[in-house]
Design a protein around this ligand. Sequence first.
Ligand SMILES: [Zn+2]
Length: 378
Amino acid sequence: MTSEDSRIGLVGTTPINVGDITINPKNILTDWVRISLLTTLAGYSFQDQLLVKVFNPSIKDKNSLESFLSYLLQYPAGLPHIFNIKLELEKSCSLLPPPDASSRVVVLASGGLDSAAGLMWALESGRKPMACWVDYGQPYRDIELQAVSQITRQLQVPLECVQVDLSRYIRLGQPIWGHIFPARNFLLACIAAAFQFTGAIHPHERSEVLLCAHEDEMFVADKSARFYRTASEHLKKDIHTPFAAFNKTELLAYWRRKWADTYGLYPQQTVTCYAENGKCGTCKACLKRTLSLLAAGWPIESDLKINPLSDPVGILKNDYLPRFSSFPLKRQLDMLVAFNAGADFLPPAIKEFTEQRISQNSETVELRQQEIERTIIL
Ligand SMILES: [Zn+2]
């Protein structure tokens, strides 16, 4: 691969070359990985013109693809640029190793709860999953890799690691993008799809990529129903999540009842935290995770540095409680179930809030608890 392989054409500035980015293994650099990678870089540099060198320039329905890529980059709201991606595809004469065909179910694994659940869902449904973890320079990469390795070992599932070093773009983009990685899931899906052209040949097996989002987060552009549908159409693969109709609480309740004994894997072996050394107990991810675990009947994790229910940085007091009534009913009820289960750790004002709300809605809360307990995912 040369530095001329793929670039974002920018008038009057230096083009960004895909060739400048370390990608390993190199034979996954398919047309789709090029297009998705350049979309991410366009996100970080607020550019619309993508000149992509591809092996097969006859991509069908370019307009629909351009509109899809622009849609992926419109999240989160309030970015200082409205994307209107234009693709210029040029035939490349670079030679990559010839692709093999393998159609194992590739599960994108992050070391988190949802992807670990996705692996168990795939096993339970009789599929043969392969986990794919992508190191793109995320600050918490070491913790993720440790968790992914442990999870895949426990489940006896093969693990493929891919390195796409985007750390300098992540650093550049962070003030505006924060924890959001522009069009991340499209890049991950394209990388996972590329694996189906490498490795062992099983042409009769289903061609599937699992990117495990759940009901609560399907408002995000690259986890939306439109994302799964359009990405599947363009890549000609079934890119899906088994958990579109379930929230995290329901998923974790099913895990406790069905998967924990069968697979010997526990939520505690996964990581969700935004902090570099994991399980900080103070970030929003740690709080959300703890609330879902409690509502699903799991105990509070003993290895958290701080118990998030003690509200160490005031997320509950200053953010969740003032907005409580605007949350969807299911989320309100799940929070009450969680608060009730962890009441001993709550600050007095939040404990009082919980008692009041539960006494006003005791029947609804109880019905919700029964519903959580009855969740059937497969
Ligand atoms: Zn945390």
